[in-house]
Design a protein around this ligand. Structure first.
Ligand code: 13P
Ligand code: 13P
Ligand code: MG
Ligand code: MG
Length: 366
C-alpha cells in the first residue's frame, strides 16, 4: 500500500514568552484536525515540543498535497484565533503569509513528508526540535547512517552493506532547491565537509542504496530566508523509518547522547547543547536549551499505534544532566566568542545598526 507520512508544524503562540503552547491552544488545533480530517486522513497525531505544535498525518494523497497542507494551515489559523483570545505571546508567529496558496512550503510552517510502499510492519520515528534549526540533525544523521562506531548494522546487516545516499540542501539558496547527492561510505569526507556547516548545508533526505527506499526526511525551511528578518528559529521536524534495511531505532537515537552544541536558544542567536526531552516538554533556561523530542510508532495500513516517548526512558536523565552542565558552562562566557552565533547568523538587526554607526567613527591613525 502506497502511503504518505506528513508532518507539518508551527509556532502559533505560547505561554510566558516562548515556553510552550497553552492547553486550550493545543486543544483547538487538535479538535480542528479531528473534525476536518474524515475524507483526507487515515490517521493523525499531535504533540508539542517547546512552543511548536506538530501535526503528524497518514494518508494516500502524496507529498505536497494542497488539501493536506490546507488542513494543517487552517488548523493553525484556528489555533491562532485561540492564541490571540488568550493573549499568548507570538500568536500566529510562524504564519508568515496572509492567505493559503496551495502549499505551506515557504509560508512559515515546517514540513517533512515522504511517500513509500508500507512494509509489512512499519516502525518509524517522529522527531521535533525547538530553539534550533534543521542543521541540528546533521551530526546525529551522519553518525547513524555513515559511522559503524554508532551503527554496527553497517557492518553486521548485509542489507545495509552498500550504505546510504545523502541528499543535502544548500539552504542559503532561496530561488529553488539547490541540492547535492552523496554516497556513504565512498563520499564520507565530502559529506562531513558539508555537514559541519550546519547553517548552510542541511540533510534533506537519506535513502537506502540497497533497496532505494527512503528512510529520512527533514524539514529544511529557514524562516529568516522567507521573512527577510528575524521571526523565530526554524525549529525542525524529521521523520525516520527504521529497522530492516534502515538503522535500528537504538542506532538512530544513540547520537543524541552527545548533546552537541547547535545554533539556537535565546533570541535564536546562540550556540547551546541539544537536550533530548520527553514529548510535550516546554523550554526554560535561557529560552532553551534547544530541545529535541522523539515519538516512536508502529503502523499498519496507515493506522498508527499510540506514540512511545523515546526520550522519556531513565537512560536520558543522565544525558539531560550533562547537557545542563554544558549549557551552564557555555553561558558563563555570555556573548563572548563561540557562545554567540557569527554575525551573519544573528537574528537581530540591532547589532548591524550598531556596527554601521561605529564604522563611521573609525579613523586611520596618521
Ligand atoms: P521560537 O523560534 O521557538 O519562537 O523561539 C524564539 C526565541 O529565539 C526565543 O528566545
Ligand atoms: P521579542 O524580541 O519578541 O521580545 O522576543 C525575544 C525572544 O524571546 C525571541 O528571541
Ligand atoms: Mg515562539
Ligand atoms: Mg519554537
Amino acid at each position: 500500500m502506497k502511503l504518505t507520512l506528513s508532518v507539518i508544524k508551527a509556532d502559533i503562540g505560547s505561554i510566558g514568552g516562548h515556553i510552550c503552547p497553552s492547553r486550550e491552544l493545543f486543544e483547538s488545533v487538535s479538535s480542528y484536525v479531528k473534525k476536518h480530517s474524515h475524507d483526507l486522513l487515515i490517521d493523525h497525531y499531535l504533540s508539542f515540543t517547546g512552543d511548536d505544535i506538530a501535526i503528524v498525518m497518514t494518508h494516500t494523497r502524496g507529498t505536497g498535497d494542497g488539501k493536506i497542507h490546507k488542513l494543517a494551515w487552517d488548523a493553525f489559523i484556528t489555533g491562532t484565533e485561540t492564541a490571540k483570545a488568550q493573549g499568548l505571546y507570538g500568536a500566529g508567529q510562524d504564519l508568515l503569509k496572509d492567505s493559503f496558496s496551495g502549499n505551506v512550503k515557504g509560508m512559515g510552517p515546517a514540513v517533512a513528508e515522504m511517500e513509500f510502499e508500507e512494509r509489512t510492519n512499519e516502525p518509524f520515528l517522529f522527531f521535533a526540535a525547538d530553539k534550533t534549526d534543521p542543521g541540528a540533525y546533521n551530526l546525529p544523521l551522519y553518525l547513524a547512517f555513515a559511522d559503524p562506531m554508532t551503527t554496527p548494522g553497517l557492518m553486521l546487516a548485509p542489507v545495509m552493506a552498500k550504505g546510504f545516499r545523502f541528499v543535502i540542501m544548500d539552504v542559503n539558496h532561496t530561488e529553488g532547491d539547490r541540492i547535492i547527492e552523496l554516497n556513504a561510505p565512498e563520499d564520507l569526507y565530502d559529506i562531513a565537509a558539508l555537514l559541519r556547516d550546519t547553517e548552510r548545508y542541511v540533510v534533506e533526505s537519506i535513502w537506502s542504496r540497497t533497496t532505494d527506499e527512503q528512510s529520512v526526511v527533514v524539514s529544511t525551511s529557514r524562516l529568516h530566508n522567507i521573512a527577510g528578518t528575524y521571526t523565530g528559529k526554524d525549529d525542525p521536524v524529521m521523520l525516520v523509518r527504521v529497522q530492516k534495511s534502515f538503522p535500528a531505532t537504538g542506532e538512530i537515537l544513540a547520537p543524541y547522547a552527545i548533546g552537541p552544541y547547535v545554533a539556537g536558544c535565546m533570541r535564536g542567536s546562540h550556540q547551546m547543547p541539544l537536550m533530548p526531552v520527553p514529548l510535550n516538554s516546554g523550554i526554560s533556561y535561557f529560552d532553551g536549551p534547544p530541545v529535541v523530542s522523539c515519538a516512536a510508532f508502529a503502523m499498519h495500513k496507515g493506522k498508527m499505534t499510540e506514540a512511545v516517548d523515546a526520550f522519556a526512558h531513565p537512560f536520558w536523565d543522565n544525558v539531560r544532566n550533562t547537557v545542563s552542565e554544558k549549557a551552564i558552562g557555555m553561558r558563563r562566557q555570555g556573548f563572548f566568542g563561540a557562545a554567540m552565533l557569527p554575525m551573519s547568523e544573528l537574528e537581530y538587526t540591532g547589532i548591524m545598526e550598531k556596527l554601521d554607526r561605529l564604522d563611521g567613527k573609525f579613523r586611520i591613525r596618521e
